[in-house]
Design a binder for this molecule. Structure first.
Ligand code: ZN
Length: 310
C-alpha cells in the first residue's frame, strides 16, 4: 500500500480517485491503453490519467499514478513500444499523479513545477479546509522531481514540442497543463476532471478562481478538434471543458453574491443555492462539499498551508 496516501475524509465521501487509494486492492487494477491522436496515448488505471508520447526519442509520460502500479505501467508502455521511458512530468503533487515517482526515478527524469517538488518534499495536508482532507507524509528523495521550473518547460522529442505550462493557484499551487503541440492533444491535470464538481486543494494553494482562469486560457489557445486528456475521466473535447468552466463561473458567482449578502455557509446550504447545478454532484465532491469549497475560498476561511522545508 502506498504510505504516501493516508486518508481521512468525512464519513460519507468514498471512492474518489484519491480517496480509495487506501482501501483499494491495486493487484486488481488493470491498465487500459487508449490511443488519443498521432503518437499520443492515454493510460487509464487507478488515479490520474497518464499521457504518453512515444517515438524515436523514447517515451515521455505525464503523471504516474500510484506507486504499487509502477510495474503494470511499465508493462503497458512495453506493449506500445520498446523504447525507453525518459521523462515523467507531474501535473501536480498529489499521490494519485506522482505516486510512481520513486519507483521510476532511476530510469527516467522527473520534471515538475517548483511547488510540486516542495510539496512532495515537505508533505502536509491537502483539502478544502472542511469536509475533504488528505494527509501525506514527506516524500522520499527519489520521489522528488529533479528538473523543476517556474513558468514553463518544453521537452523537444518525438518530433514535437511537449510543453508544460504552469497555471497558478488552480487545483493546487503547482499545476501544469501539458500541450502535445503537433499531435494536438492536451493533458489538463486536475484543472479539468469529469467526475462532477472538482476537488480543489485550497490547503495546497488551489482555488476555483484559478481553475477558471486556467481553463479559459487553455480553451482560448486550443484548436477546436483538440483531444483533451482530463486529470480523471475519459478523453474529452473542448466543449466538455467549456461546460465545466461555465459551471465553475456560475457557481462561483452565485456563492460570491451570497457571501456579499452576508449569508452564512449554513444558510446557503439550507437554501440549496447550488441546486441548479445538482447534476455535477458526485460521489467524491458532493454539492455541499463544493459549496463549502467556494465558501471557504471566497471568505478566506481556510488555513493556507504554507510551504515549509524541514
Ligand atoms: Zn489532484
Amino acid at each position: 500500500m502506498n504510505t504516501r496516501v493516508r486518508v481521512c475524509v468525512a464519513a460519507a465521501l468514498l471512492c474518489s480517485a484519491i480517496v480509495f487509494a487506501q482501501q483499494q486492492d491495486f493487484s486488481k487494477v488493470e491498465i487500459k491503453v487508449h490511443k488519443v491522436a498521432g503518437n499520443i496515448y492515454m493510460l487509464e488505471g487507478s488515479g490520474g490519467n497518464i499521457g504518453v508520447s512515444v517515438g524515436d526519442d523514447g517515451i515521455a509520460i505525464v503523471d504516474d499514478q500510484y506507486a504499487p502500479l509502477a510495474d503494470k505501467i511499465r508493462a503497458a508502455l512495453k506493449g506500445i513500444t520498446d523504447k525507453p521511458l525518459r521523462f515523467i512530468i507531474n501535473t501536480h503533487y498529489h499521490a494519485d499523479h506522482s505516486g510512481g515517482n520513486e519507483s521510476f526515478h532511476r530510469e527516467a527524469t522527473l520534471v515538475a513545477h517548483d511547488n510540486v517538488r516542495k510539496r512532495i518534499e515537505s508533505g502536509g495536508v491537502a483539502g478544502t479546509g472542511g469536509s475533504i482532507r488528505f494527509e501525506s507524509p514527506p516524500g522520499p528523495k527519489g520521489a522528488l522531481p529533479v528538473v523543476t521550473f517556474d513558468r514553463s518547460l518544453t521537452l523537444h522529442m518525438n518530433g514535437e514540442d511537449i510543453r508544460a505550462l504552469h497555471f497558478p493557484s488552480g487545483h493546487t499551487d503547482g499545476d501544469s497543463v501539458v500541450f502535445f503541440t503537433k499531435a494536438n492533444v492536451v493533458h489538463m491535470g486536475d484543472d479539468f476532471v469529469t467526475y462532477g464538481f472538482p476537488f480543489v486543494d485550497l490547503l495546497g494553494g488551489g482555488s476555483v478562481k484559478g481553475i477558471i482562469a486556467a481553463c479559459e486560457s487553455v480553451v482560448a489557445q486550443l484548436r477546436p478538434d483538440v483531444k483533451v486528456i482530463p486529470g480523471h475521466g475519459p478523453i474529452s473535447t473542448l466543449d466538455d471543458m467549456r461546460r465545466f468552466t461555465t459551471m465553475l463561473k456560475e457557481t462561483h458567482a452565485v456563492v460570491e453574491k451570497a457571501v456579499k449578502a452576508g449569508k452564512s455557509f449554513e444558510q446557503m446550504k439550507q437554501e440549496k443555492i447550488l441546486a441548479p447545478w445538482q447534476k455535477w454532484n458526485g460521489p467524491f465532491v458532493s454539492t455541499d462539499a463544493f459549496l463549502e469549497t467556494l465558501y471557504n475560498e471566497l471568505t478566506g476561511k481556510r488555513p493556507i498551508a504554507a510551504l515549509s522545508h524541514h
